[in-house]
Design a protein around this ligand. Structure first.
Ligand code: MLT
Ligand code: ZN
Length: 456
């Protein structure tokens, strides 16, 4: 009985709660948890793991539920472990620039806390208002500033984690140098809750950057995006280099009632962000790219408000596509391979599915592309998902041919589990299974996520 471990107010079993906490932003999976629990301390996480081991209960850790790969979906009677009540900042060391927090802390709250200290938490994405730091760590979340600041992994100074075997590990304790063998902190990052339940995190903060300027440029040929990236990289440090197609722009404009950034429509756009003091270098780079014929027009933010509204053109895309129930994919290849890879996928879709609209956008400065294929209105959601499922292996073959990743930043979860072999070798998957067995010998943590089913 869960009530042996937690107070009644920490357990929800009503149908509505099961539906709310039993899923993330992914569609199409059965949602059927048996209960939702809200632990409030590491001790309670330990008790939950002990309870799960002795009673053969499966646990699905769940953060802000903004995931797009079904990593927090409970489909088969599992108990969802929500971190909503472990959402506090516990300590701050100004000398170390380290915040100690609970995993349920909302990303935007960490960003706001950093700003109050005159510092900066740089990992950012459209879902920062609801995603939780623990979930970000569990998926090694990326987002829009990776080109300058790296991934969530780069900001984790330490963590306390309860493994599936019930051990409480205190990993790295905020040390910068620590050459004492295997770093379990890094093993836990990106493990999608399959090895342990994160109970506490030490997160680094960065110095506050200068005010940022945003530039949106029109790029007729997608192949020139990389030339533009290099043109700017040669002259200044970019904080972001994002890309969206005109179709993506049309969708977000219509959804959020936003004006077009440029006078005339162009096939593609890049959104660049950089320090205010680099504006002269950015203008020089812009002129150079214009001379080369790589871009045709541009707009530069004149205020923080205008910068924010230009960012909406990129950050609002995902939400604006949701009503189209798109076939979504999150892929990466080396930056230099991006143009050829885009062409490969476009060719494949145009030849096999000429009626489908392909909507590209993404973090092109990181080689990370979000492929969204829109559902034709004449097709039912089920039929379209089925077609999407048949497209995936072919698209993943194109990824594999370029030694890319079938999940750049959204994680594997349930959605990509059966396709992991397109990015990881049999030997790697066998080693992952070995690790899973060591850390979670009773297979209680996030069952059937990340690793392909053994008998599949
Ligand atoms: C984004 O970059 O907008 C997010 O990863 C969400 C998405 O891909 O839809
Ligand atoms: Zn993204």
């Amino acid at each position: 009985m869960l009530s042996e471990v937690l107070a009644p107010k920490q357990i929800k079993e009503d149908a509505e709660s099961l539906q709310i906490w039993g899923k993330d932003w992914t569609n199409g999976f059965v949602v059927a948890p048996s209960a939702i629990v809200f632990p409030e301390s590491i001790e309670q996480l330990k008790d939950l793991v002990a309870h799960a081991r002795s009673n053969h209960v499966k646990l699905v850790p769940s953060g802000g539920r903004t995931g797009l790969s079904g990593g927090a979906v409970a489909s088969q009677g599992e108990v969802v472990v929500s971190f909503d009540r472990m959402n506090q900042i516990l300590d701050f060391s100004a000398k170390d620039r380290i915040v100690t927090c609970q995993p349920g802390l909302i990303t935007a709250n960490l960003q706001a806390f950093a700003a109050e200290q005159g510092l900066f938490y740089p990992v950012d994405f459209a879902s920062s208002g609801s995603s939780q730091i623990g979930g970000n760590v569990a998926t090694n979340a990326g987002g829009i500033k990776v080109i300058r600041y790296g991934l969530t992994r780069d900001w984790v100074a330490g963590m306390k984690v309860v493994t599936g075997s019930g051990a409480l590990l205190d990993c790295n304790a905020g040390l910068i140098k620590n050459a004492t063998g295997y770093d379990f902190r890094h093993l836990m990052i990106g493990s999608e809750g399959t090895l342990g339940l994160i109970g506490e995190l030490d997160m680094y903060l960065a110095p506050q950057p200068q005010p940022q300027v945003v530039m949106v440029v029109g790029v007729p040929e997608v192949t020139d995006l990389l030339n533009i990236l290099n043109g700017f990289n040669d002259r200044l440090t970019l904080s972001a280099f994002e890309f969206f197609s005109d179709l993506a722009l049309q969708k977000v404009q219509a959804h959020r009632q936003l004006p077009a950034p440029l006078e005339n429509r162009v096939e593609n756009y890049a959104l660049l962000e950089f320090d205010e003091s680099d504006l002269p270098m950015a203008e020089e780079a812009f002129a150079y790219c214009m001379d080369q014929g790589w871009l045709v027009d541009g707009v530069v933010s004149q205020s923080q408000a205008q910068a924010a509204s230009l960012w909406q053109l990129r950050e609002g895309i995902s939400e604006s596509l949701a009503p189209h129930t798109p076939y979504k994919n999150d892929l990466s290849v080396r930056i230099s391979e991006v143009p050829a890879f885009l062409a490969d996928v476009d060719r494949y879709v145009q030849e096999g599915y000429p009626d489908f609209e392909v909507c590209w956008y993404g973090h092109i400065g990181d080689g990370n592309l979000h492929l969204n294929i829109l559902r034709p209105e004449s097709m039912s959601v089920d039929e379209f998902f089925h077609v999407g499922h048949t497209m995936s292996p072919k698209i993943f073959e194109l990824v594999q041919a370029r030694r890319g990743s079938i999940s750049a930043e959204h994680g594997v979860g349930l959605l990509k589990r059966d396709f992991l072999g397109y990015s990881r070798s049999d030997e790697e998957i066998a080693l992952m299974r070995g690790l899973k067995q060591v850390f979670d010998p009773d297979q209680i943590l996030n069952p059937d996520k990340l690793l392909p089913l053994a008998d599949a």
